[in-house]
Design a protein around this ligand. Structure first.
Ligand SMILES: NC(=O)c1ccc[n+]([C@@H]2O[C@H](COP(=O)([O-])OP(=O)(O)OC[C@H]3O[C@@H](n4cnc5c(N)ncnc54)[C@H](O)[C@@H]3O)[C@@H](O)[C@H]2O)c1
Ligand SMILES: [Zn+2]
Length: 343
């Protein structure tokens, strides 16, 4: 087991890599605790849950909303949860985002922790203190910044996770390496097969390094004003492709990263070899670098990007493998047609 302590403006959070779900009760000192989980995670792992009250929710992005939150508040009232009750979200990013939101708002805030059960939630959602729900089709529209007391990243839980979900986490790991860690990138190039086979040592390193990269970036900027924008690498085109093509987030972001790297080459920031290495790694990891689409629909989606600033956008370019720069550029200056044609 490895411990990473995150000290940020939002408080301290302890991330426990390779701790086990069955040891969860060691980390909760409150007299009363309530678990929030989803049906699938409950089905696979309820035997390892401590004997606490359990609230089970459905699955999928559609249930990450205020209606589900209301159902959970109601159950907490029935269970006589009070300010001393501890909330634990056991599940992927959806469960953790909702559980953190509920814990931060019920009775003006209870202590909470997570057991992250997907690779994506271990390498991405476990760090950064973002909690929230979707509202009227807008993603993460209602929420709070608040740190969990602890996050257990039990890599043993990944063995039941479908491959397409594993790949969502892999895409964010590649992103972290590409923007901030050339050594991790080279490690991924060497060990991609072991990563896909969920080799314990390799996955443990990937989770640990990802958490350190993300927390270092987030700690410099906890409310997303500057540095944190780096984590958006691949996500400008990624979100546009996700929306228009309905691709899974990890696939769309992989294509978005390949496009952003090509754009970086065009802008003479990145040598062509860097973009080739990134595409090569993405493909080795069974993720896509291209898609069928037309530039008009992608351009339209880019214009709806919620992170855009008037007609400008902060675009994350690579200037090397393991290093990135943010440039404010006009949306109209992006050669969408050319970039899509190459993708
Ligand atoms: N808070 C943040 O910083 C942050 C960061 C990234 C993503 N997110 C959010 O996370 C969500 C996506 O998270 P996700 O990809 O973990 O999706 P998810 O929570 O929907 O989990 C994916 C699927 O895997 C199942 N599952 C979970 N653990 C399993 C296991 N161990 N074995 C078998 N099946 C399992 C779930 O039931 C679900 O069907 C999005 O809503 C996104 O907005 C938040
Ligand atoms: Zn992402």
């Amino acid at each position: 087991m490895e411990k990473v302590e995150i000290h940020g403006k939002l408080g301290k959070s302890t991330i426990l890599i390779n701790e086990r779900l069955k040891n969860l009760n060691k980390y909760v000192t409150a007299d009363k605790a309530v678990i929030i989980t989803d049906e699938t995670v409950y089905h696979h792992y309820h035997n390892d849950f401590p004997e606490w009250d359990i609230i089970t929710i459905g699955q999928g992005e559609k249930i990450k909303n205020l209606d589900t939150a209301a159902i959970i508040y109601e159950r907490l009232v029935q269970l006589k949860a009070d300010r001393s009750t501890f909330i634990v979200g056991v599940g992927g990013g959806i469960v953790c985002d909702i559980a953190g939101f509920i814990a931060s708002t019920y009775m003006r805030g209870l202590k909470f922790g997570f057991v992250s059960s997907t690779l994506l939630s271990q390498v991405d959602a476990s760090v950064g203190g973002k909690n929230g729900v979707n509202f009227k089709g807008f993603k993460n529209m209602v929420g709070v910044f608040n740190q969990p007391e602890f996050v257990i990243c039990d890599t043993g839980l990944l063995k039941t996770l479908p491959e397409k979900e594993i790949l969502c986490g892999i895409a964010e790991i590649i992103k972290h390496a590409a923007i901030a860690d050339a050594d991790l990138f080279a490690f991924l190039e060497r060990e991609y097969q072991k990563a896909l086979m969920l080799d314990t040592d390799v996955i443990t390193k990937l989770v640990r390094d990802s958490i350190i990269i993300k927390s270092t970036i987030v700690n410099r900027d906890e409310t997303e004003r500057g540095e944190r924008k780096k984590l958006n690498f691949g996500h400008t085109f990624g979100h546009a492709i996700e929306k228009t093509k309905g691709l899974p987030h990890g696939e769309a972001v992989s294509i978005g990263m390949a496009i952003a790297a090509d754009f970086s080459v065009k802008e003479e920031l990145l040598p062509a070899k860097g973009a080739e290495r990134l595409s090569g790694l993405i493909k080795n990891m069974k993720l896509p670098v291209s898609f069928q689409g037309n530039d008009a629909e992608i351009f339209e989606a880019l214009q709806k990007d919620k992170k855009k600033d008037g007609s400008n956008i902060h675009f994350v370019f690579l200037d090397d493998i393991g290093s990135c720069v943010i440039r404010k550029i006009s949306l109209n200056s992006i050669p969408v047609k050319e970039l899509i044609a190459n993708a």
